[in-house]
Design a protein. Structure first.
Lengths: 287, 120, 265
């Protein structure tokens, strides 16, 4: 709702935003460190329930770290994450696993279990976490595969699938527990444009049909503008913009325009920093 | 979720109250299979009027009920779908597979009119 | 100063590594022996599948190697014993060294080569493909899902393989005894049974169980510590083999010493 400029500075979060119960995800003052290097410097945002939030950012912006933290693969050094109103970042592994049953994650590479068939991959969370009868699980697996357009592939091994099919199968697996929140890491990276468009269609359909709240990390602008309700732009571990898709299109903020118009980054390193970087006095960035 | 059954003529109506989810759908499945397979009920009608939400495990349980009833040559129908339940069935392209009615009366009458289910 | 620093650092690294092994083993033991009673699932079918791969499929190669090791032992024993005209002692020399030491050790080497390395490769590949991350986001605990079945299979199957290796080693020694030391099968088996005491066999099997435990822990630990990129899987596999051999020898040294000190005289 709010136009872009007033929300310009989140660093330090002078006025903490209240956590809204209607939000699928609320992130407050999130800081993440790898060793000594801080990757996210106090990030705040909300994902309203039933909407798709796209996290944009160049490489090294911290967007992957943000996603990994949201699904609990990295522990933040400080700050809070609320998923469906429940604190997620500062709880025990067992409590976290309970909450994780309500989320689904589709990895960039698919991350299907290579030793299992596609059907077994989709069935696994159901077998592990529910008391459903095997015949019910079989029907559910076929339903999920049908939803992603992979009917009849349940007995294929992941290695036999093409890149786009692998991603679809991974989405089916992420859907198996009927999650309320779905996360995507670079859903269209490395796919040809037609298949990538198919994945975008699928994401739109999931939101529409299942009222899922969806978080997508991507650097594909066309895809982002197609699927997003809201977007945030992350730059060097700081949110530089948080707005609806339309607001973002018309944004005049220089950092946002620079990202959206694909302007090459101007060289901002100071002389001293540059010298230290060349002489190796600044440790290289750890990926 | 609560589940109860009542006989109306030759048919048995299964009243479900509450959400059908991953964790309680085995109950629904058990009741349905018991009625169709073991008690050989000629017509089983599931009342979904008071089911606000049904997830894919619930849908899969209904599909199992339908399959078993077809194997037994008995009939299986649903009525009183909420908007979200209807959407879920539409999305999974199952709305045309099931015999779906708006009200209990229609569901009972529908069974008398045609013995074979309309969506075959 | 730099020298003492590096010794200190190496010690800390070493202790941290052992701590990691203990954490894995503890987690796996909990998943196998405690969690099933707390309502969590343990998949026996996965453990059985592992037991087949670790134990049954290793039988041919273990048989062959221990048979030849038995024969080699007999030749080496005979080389010394014939100086004293005591060739009849070959049977007991083979029996005791096979059951106490070489049966467990050679089995461990075979298991390291076949299974320890494959644990590292399997888990390492899963790590590289984000499968371990995927598992965690699906609320599946990698230790109970991946490590626990291997752990159970190994602590059961390595002793079983070792018992078989002991037997094959005795047969190998017997083959030499028959050919070169005027034994018959009957007299060779008789001499073997007289030389063996239960303590030797049992300590050998107990050792084998410990070997199974450390091979699992090291193999899985190396898998989990695989870095980014598929070439890292190869590195993990190699390092699992080298570190497992070292760890097995260390466990052997410690347990043999303990058995010696606690043995009935």
């Amino acid at each position: 709702m709010s136009p872009l400029p007033p929300k310009k500075d989140y660093i330090g979060a002078m006025t903490p935003m209240p956590v809204k119960a209607s939000c699928a995800i609320s992130v407050r003052n999130l800081r993440v460190k790898y060793g000594e290097r801080e990757i996210l410097h106090g990030v705040n945002f909300d994902v309203p329930a039933g909407e798709t939030m796209v996290i944009l950012g160049g490489s090294g912006s911290g967007k992957s770290t943000l996603l990994r933290t949201l699904v609990g693969l990295e522990r933040p050094s400080s700050g809070e994450i609320y998923i469906m109103g429940k604190e997620f970042a500062n709880i025990s592994e067992d409590e976290r696993d309970e909450l994780r049953k309500g989320i689904g994650m589709s990895f960039q590479s698919g991350a299907l279990f290579g030793s299992m068939t596609v059907g077994e991959n989709v069935a696994l969370p159901l077998q592990e976490h529910t008391d459903l009868d095997p015949s019910t699980i079989e029907i559910m697996v076929r339903l999920k595969l049908d939803q992603v357009g992979l009917s009849g592939f349940e007995n294929y091994m992941p290695a036999q699938l093409s890149g786009g099919m692998k991603k679809r199968a991974a989405i089916a697996r992420a859907l198996s527990m009927d999650p309320q929140v779905l996360f995507f890491d670079e859903p269209s990276a490395g796919l040809d444009p037609i298949i990538a468009a198919g994945i975008d269609e699928l994401i739109l359909k999931l939101k529409r049909a299942f009222k899922m709240s969806i978080v997508v990390v991507t650097h594909e602008l066309a895809s982002a503008f197609l699927i997003a309700d809201r977007m945030i732009v992350l730059d060097k571990g700081v949110i530089v913009a948080d707005a609806t898709t339309d607001e973002m299109k018309n944004s005049t903020q220089p950092r946002v325009r620079q990202f959206l118009d694909r302007v090459p980054e101007p060289e901002v390193t100071g002389e001293i920093d540059y010298l230290q970087m060349l002489t190796g006095d600044i440790p290289p960035i750890r990926q | 979720m609560d589940i109860s059954t009542r006989k109306v003529g030759a048919a048995t109506i299964v009243d479900v109250v509450g959400d059908i989810t991953l964790y309680n759908s085995p109950q629904v499945r058990k009741v349905l299979l018991d009625l169709i397979k073991d008690k050989k009920t000629p017509r089983v009608i599931v009342n979904l009027e008071r089911v606000k939400y049904i997830d894919s495990a619930g849908v899969a349980s209904l599909v199992e009920g339908l399959k078993v009833s077809r194997d037994q040559k008995s009939s299986f129908a649903l009525f009183g779908l909420s908007r979200t339940a209807r959407e879920v069935l539409e999305l999974t392209r199952l709305i045309k597979v099931f015999e779906v009615y708006n009200t209990e009366e229609e569901a009972l009458a529908g069974g008398a009119k045609t013995d074979a289910s309309p969506a075959r | 100063m730099a020298f003492t620093d590096s010794i200190g650092a190496a010690t800390i690294d070493g202790l941290a590594y052992v701590g990691g092994l203990a954490r894995l083993t503890g987690g796996a033991a909990k998943a196998v022996f405690i969690s099933p009673f707390q309502g969590k699932r343990f998949h026996m079918s996965r453990a059985i599948h592992q037991a087949m791969a670790v134990g049954v499929e290793a039988l041919p190669i273990t048989s062959l190697i221990s048979f030849f090791i038995g024969a080699i032992l007999a030749v080496n024993a005979a080389y010394e014993l014939r100086k004293f005209g005591a060739l009849h002692l070959v049977a007991s020399a083979v029996a005791v060294s096979m059951t106490r030491e070489l049966g467990p050790l050679m089995t461990a080497v075979v298991v390291i080569g076949r299974s320890g390395s494959s644990f590292a490769a399997e888990i390492g590949t899963m790590k590289v493909n984000e499968e371990i991350d995927a598992m965690e986001t699906m609320a599946l605990e990698p230790i109970s899902f991946l490590v626990a079945p291997k752990f159970l299979a190994m602590i059961l199957m390595v002793p079983c393989l070792t018992a078989w290796a002991d037997f094959m080693g005795v047969l190998g020694g017997g083959a030499f005894g028959l050919a070169a030391a005027s034994f018959t099968w009957g007299s060779y088996i008789q001499a073997t049974l007289e030389a063996l005491i239960a303590h030797d066999i049992l300590t050998g099997l107990l050792k084998a169980m410990f070997f199974g435990l450390v091979i699992t822990a090291v193999g899985c630990q190396e898998g989990f510590s695989t870095g980014l990129g598929s070439e890292q899987v190869g590195r993990s596999t190699t390092s699992a083999v080298v570190k497992s051999i070292f760890a097995v020898v260390m466990v052997d040294l410690v347990s043999t010493t303990i058995f010696y000190l606690t043995a009935p005289r």
